[in-house]
Ligand binder design. Structure first.
Ligand SMILES: [Zn+2]
Length: 317
């Protein structure tokens, strides 16, 4: 079966341009969307990784038949339209990954979307909720341990209990408070996203990320980074995918993998219902998404859409 990996980065997790091609050959993936990450003023340096367009286009120039180049300039960029135009001439096919500390309601995002729409590019974006992030005071062992425990170990459980423990006992309290820095979240306001979907019906939106996928359920826990357990009823992403023709998603990242594994009966229903809106992608994780999708034994025409046709249909020549 033909496949497009609709969410991949170059120069991340050891994948340079040639290794991207090796990886695709090994997994029988025909094409991939290569995505950038650009934020001019990231609020917390340690969770940001600049993935510039030059590397994407370098890889594209080497392997133009295998790579579909994407670029999401920072919305604060001047001359956005010029920039997009210039990259369009070099072969740009989409805008992504837009992973920026803005909300959908921000005026700068409204302006940005209109430019992307005018250039007829699909938009792939990442959603993540605001939180307090622990920034280590130094590179010592204790600080490394706190960094791990307070920023994601055990899927967020240690953060939940340790924060409560520090608060109640007073141990480390002042120190922890000093080092906690607010992380404002990435494009997490669903209600304003819905307004944008209505405002720009010709612009195709492709969502992913922890906040996107936790909302496969109608009661996200707010404690875990990637929610676990049964899904009683579907949440907002089900409604948006049903209602808006211009709304899609990709299954990449731990978030998508987890969401389709936590309740397999509901995941199968979700895949069946939205097979024309879901894109296969891996996000350099090395997880077995192909095995996961195949394990649901969906009809062949649905699998073809998820593995190839949906992504292919979003790209214009
Ligand atoms: Zn992402």
């Amino acid at each position: 079966m033909q496949k497009i990996d609709a969410h991949l980065h170059v120069e991340l997790e050891g994948l340079d341009a040639d290794r991207v091609i090796d990886y695709m050959d090994h997994h029988h993936i025909e094409k991939c969307w290569l995505l950038t990450w650009e934020e001019m003023t990231p609020p917390i340096d340690s969770i940001y990784r600049n993935l510039p367009p030059d590397e994407v286009f370098e890889a594209y120039d080497k392997h133009p038949d295998r790579i579909v180049p994407f670029y999401a300039p920072d919305p604060k960029t001047g001359n956005l339209s010029q920039k997009i135009k210039r990259h369009r001439e070099k072969g740009l096919k989409g805008c992504g990954e837009l992973k920026v500390t803005h909300k959908w309601e921000d005026r700068v995002i409204g302006d940005y979307l209109r430019v992307i729409d005018a250039h007829d590019l699909p938009l792939l974006f990442h959603m993540e909720e605001p939180r307090m992030h622990y920034v280590p005071a130094n590179s010592g062992k204790l600080e490394n341990l706190l960094d791990d425990l307070l920023n994601g170990a055990l899927n967020g459980i240690t953060k939940h209990y340790l924060t409560r423990f520090f608060k109640n006992t007073g141990v480390f309290k002042g120190h922890i408070e000093n080092q906690l820095t607010p992380f404002p979240g990435y494009l997490y306001d669903f209600s304003n996203l819905e307004k944008r979907l209505r405002q720009l019906p010709d612009l195709d939106f492709i969502g992913h990320g922890p906040h996107f996928w936790n909302n496969i359920s109608n009661d996200p826990s707010g404690v875990l980074i990637h929610d676990k357990g049964p899904i009683d009823s579907f949440g907002i992403i089900d409604r948006l995918l049903t209602r808006y023709e211009n709304f899609y998603c990709d299954i990449s990242g731990k978030s998508g993998f987890n969401a389709l594994n936590r309740d397999r009966d509901m995941a199968k229903l979700f895949l069946e219902k939205h097979h024309a809106k879901i894109l296969f992608g891996t996000d350099n994780t090395g997880l077995d998404y192909e095995g996961l999708i195949r394990s649901f034994h969906l009809p062949k025409d649905m699998m073809k859409k998820i593995f190839y046709e949906n992504a292919d249909g979003l790209i214009s020549d």
